[in-house]
Design a binder for this molecule. Structure first.
Ligand code: HEC
Length: 464
């Protein structure tokens, strides 16, 4: 009995350590085949879990496709998979489940380990099925319209991250609804992430949506002055309505495709996507990017439009107010009462460099409805997570988000040496080294049966 208690306490303690989530242990896997080969065991998992990013022109720094590719990197592949550093998928799959999860099972990790240990036997690589064909947006076919970003973005070869604000304006023959929208990077290697909003100009408010400057370095100019320079204002100087976060990009993140009638984004005849911001990874030589948005129109007006609840910085009070002294480690929270019956489709946690853990759930009386948990926050992999089925919430349920931050010198993502006082700021004046704590909930109005509706996503870069 005593031993039991100690084991339980130890397990609880381990679960609190960052990076030591309650994941299935790799060492416990025993039923592996005597010989692990590339053709039989490794190729299928590399094709589904690594190749979407690790192929030429994509975000991964090298290709992982052929036997030669993977053998060349075998030791690091063994290491990064065992550390669960790759494939990147921060959400804890023991807490909640999402569409398009790219997580290796303990068995798959153990298979890679054994294959490396055995000297990487190829097996019968000639018998491998042909490579999946790269095609445009899975089931949706070619886009109805491609909207390019205004102007080319130049990324200097100085080895620094860049944050750029830009717009992609469009003019249509009539207003319509979108079925799906995908951000397609011109330079997949350097575009690390993009957060895109939609501007719809009221009829007659704007003569020329294409006028205005090209991409702007967000560290030089941000917020309204940058938006003005891009020419986003109405002709009378007022601001047009803006729908935030309608399209986000991260390598390996598939855009959401909802069943017809659900979601559907309204597009006015004149409008623009506002890229605020595009994050480019460092490059050691000068490079350019011209990204675009691919649009698929809906055949009919949606019955239930997508809506969003926004929590945290600039939206709901953060408790205590977001502020970190040098060396301080602290957890903050924010709450929001659900105003009506809703069906949650996707959630998007957001923090910056110093975030370490994130958890969001809904409270209904004494019950907790888990939404998302991230045990080891990584600024670089901020996904918007789509549930496999909508999660129904009732009016009066309380949404809670909790974010932990570490402003000590021990945090490997600490940008300052020594650590500085850190402000939580208004998004209009943000820099990456300021902190933010936000949580976004994408939903539609609730309807009976929603919880069994299947949600899916298509990857515009890789066919099935
Ligand atoms: C979502 C895109 C994505 C997926 C999926 C992905 N990678 Fe990566 N990988 C990257 C990027 C981007 C980098 C560059 C390092 C970084 O940005 O963190 C990288 C880096 C690596 C590295 C180098 C790490 C180092 O420290 O030098 C290895 C090895 C690797 N990946 C292996 C894999 C394997 C094996 C898989 C599949 C099991 C995989 N990756 C899946 C995007 C991805």
């Amino acid at each position: 009995m005593r031993e039991m208690a100690i084991i339980v306490v130890l397990a609880a303690w381990l679960a609190l350590l960052p990076g030591c989530g309650p994941v299935d242990p790799v060492d416990a896997v025993t039923d592996l085949p005597d010989t692990v080969t590339f053709a039989d065991h490794i190729a299928p998992l590399v094709r589904s879990h690594c190749m979407p990013c690790h192929s030429p022109g994509h975000a991964g720094p090298f290709a992982l496709i052929t036997y030669g590719d993977v053998r060349r990197k075998a030791r690091t592949v063994g290491h990064v998979t065992r550390q669960r550093f790759m494939p990147p998928w921060p959400a804890d799959t023991t807490y909640s489940r999402f569409v398009g999860e790219r997580v290796l099972t303990a068995r798959q990790i153990a298979l890679i380990g054994k294959w490396v240990e055995q000297g990487m036997p190829p097996g019968d690589t000639a018998a491998l099925p042909p490579m999946p064909v790269v095609q445009e947006a899975g089931g949706l076919g070619p886009p109805d319209l491609v909207v390019p970003v205004s102007g080319t973005c130049t990324i200097p070869g100085d080895g620094r991250d860049r944050f750029i604000i830009a717009k992609a304006p469009f003019e249509l023959v009539r207003d319509t609804f979108l079925r799906a929208v995908a951000f397609v990077p011109g330079n997949r290697r350097l575009v690390h992430h993009m957060n895109g909003a939609l501007i719809n100009y009221p009829e007659g408010a704007k003569a020329d949506v294409f006028a205005g400057s090209g991409p702007i370095d967000a560290e030089q100019l941000g917020g309204p002055p940058a938006f003005a320079q891009l020419g986003l204002a109405n002709d009378d100087g007022s601001w047009p309505p803006l729908v935030p976060s309608v399209v986000n990009y991260l390598p390996g993140l598939a855009p959401l495709v909802l069943p017809e009638g659900l979601g559907g984004l309204y597009l006015a005849r004149k409008g623009a996507f506002l890229l605020n911001t595009v994050h480019y990874g460092p490059s050691d030589r000068e490079a350019t990017d011209r990204s675009s948005f691919h649009l698929w129109f809906a055949r009919r007006a949606p019955e239930r439009p997508l809506q969003e609840l926004a929590m945290g910085s600039t939206h709901t009070p953060v408790v205590p107010p977001l502020h970190l002294e040098p060396g301080e480690v602290r957890t903050f929270s924010t709450r929001l009462t659900v105003p009506k019956a809703i069906s949650v489709l996707a959630v998007n946690p957001h923090m910056h460099l110093l975030g370490t853990r994130f958890k969001a759930y809904a409270l209904r009386g004494a019950d907790t409805i888990p939404l998302v948990r991230i045990l080891d926050w990584d600024f670089r992999w901020q996904y918007s997570y789509t549930f496999r089925h909508p999660v129904p919430l009732r009016a009066g349920d309380v949404l809670v988000a909790e974010g932990s931050f570490d402003n000590s010198a021990e945090n490997p993502d600490q940008p300052f040496d020594p650590p500085r006082e850190v402000q939580g700021r208004d998004s209009r004046f943000m820099r990456t080294t300021d902190e933010m704590f936000q949580f976004f909930v994408t939903y539609v109005d609730w309807r009976a049966g929603d919880e069994s509706l299947p949600l899916s996503a298509v990857d515009p870069s890789v066919g099935k």
